[in-house]
Design a binder for this molecule. Structure first.
Ligand code: ATP
Length: 281
């Protein structure tokens, strides 16, 4: 019988990937990445940097240009990748987890009975009460059940698009430790887009820094730490590095609504009504 370990090694290769949205606006610009099998990559970037766009393309949910993406050596869109799990916003909003349904039924519906040991481990680490009914749980409790559902089948590539925001600190820490163990004990690879760095200092093997649809830098995590020779106890070294990157990105981009041009804009409105008509005394 085939086991997940018989599958091709789950590397993620992105070659010169540019992507435009349907309205013609630029989504990604010449993205180049080569994430090795077994890696745990953090995707870092400000809001709107292109993280979700990249993850959706890598997962095969969006069509990328030919020969730009290979996951375990395969084109994710053409080959409908078995073993690639993408957990993002659409998945979080799935309405079934808000109905009056019990947890064992939900877990069985996603194959829980085929992987009883994994199911029981996930129930344990995510501290799930099997007597919960899903219409009567908190957001964080619902998220934990969803995570158990999403992680149950032994994926080879896991693409996570910040879906841990509702978890309390301990649940999130257990969840991250589980993911780390997974990459250490079987052939699998993770890419995680997040803004929350708690408990993550020792987690990633690789970092990808995105800005305005481009990958500004990527590589093994230790190759970046010389950028942060000193760090405070308030932030981890990773936290300091990410803060530095985001500040640089903001400086490079400038303010969203062009405040530096504001005087000019108001002048050009003169005569059109509003403040432009006021006379200086
Ligand atoms: N369907 C779309 N059509 C046009 N532009 C889009 C579309 N979806 C996203 N964008 C734009 O593409 C850019 C990247 O969006 P994306 O969702 O990939 O960012 P992100 O890095 O995941 O941000 P966040 O941290 O806020 O989740 C944003 O400027 C966004 O407005």
């Amino acid at each position: 019988m085939a086991s997940p370990n018989d599958s091709p090694k789950p590397s993620i290769e992105v070659q010169n990937l540019s992507y435009k949205f349907q309205d013609g606006s630029a989504g990604l610009d010449h993205v180049q990445l080569d994430l090795p099998p077994g890696s745990r990559t953090l995707l870092i970037g400000a809001n709107g940097a292109g993280k979700t766009t990249l993850l959706r393309l890598v997962s095969g949910k969006r069509l990328a240009p030919n020969n730009t993406i290979a996951v375990g050596g395969k084109d994710p869109f053409k080959e409908g990748l078995e073993g690639v799990t993408y957990l993002g916003v659409e998945w979080v909003l799935n309405s079934i987890v808000r109905t009056d349904i019990d947890v064992p039924t939900l877990l069985a519906s996603v194959g829980g009975n085929a992987y009883p040991e994994r199911r029981d481990e996930l129930v344990d680490i995510l501290d799930i009460d099997l007597s919960w009914r899903m219409h009567a749980v908190s957001d964080g409790e619902r998220r934990r059940v969803q995570l158990a559902m999403g992680l149950l089948r032994p994926w080879q590539v896991l693409l996570l698009d910040e879906i841990t925001v509702d978890l309390d600190l301990l649940s999130r820490s257990n969840f991250l430790a589980f993911l780390k163990r997974e990459t250490e004990t079987r052939a699998c690879t993770i890419v995680y887009a997040t803004h929350i760095l708690d408990n993550l200092a020792q987690w990633p093997t690789h970092l990808v820094h995105m800005h305005l649809g481009k990958v500004k830098a990527w590589g093994p995590v230790e190759t970046f730490y010389n950028q942060i020779p000193q760090w405070t106890s308030e932030n981890s070294r990773l936290g300091e590095l990410v803060l530095k990157w985001l500040k640089e990105d903001l400086d490079a981009r400038g303010p969203r609504n062009g405040r530096s041009n504001q005087g000019k804009t108001y002048q050009s409105l003169e005569g059109l009504g509003g403040y432009g008509l006021e006379k200086r005394s």
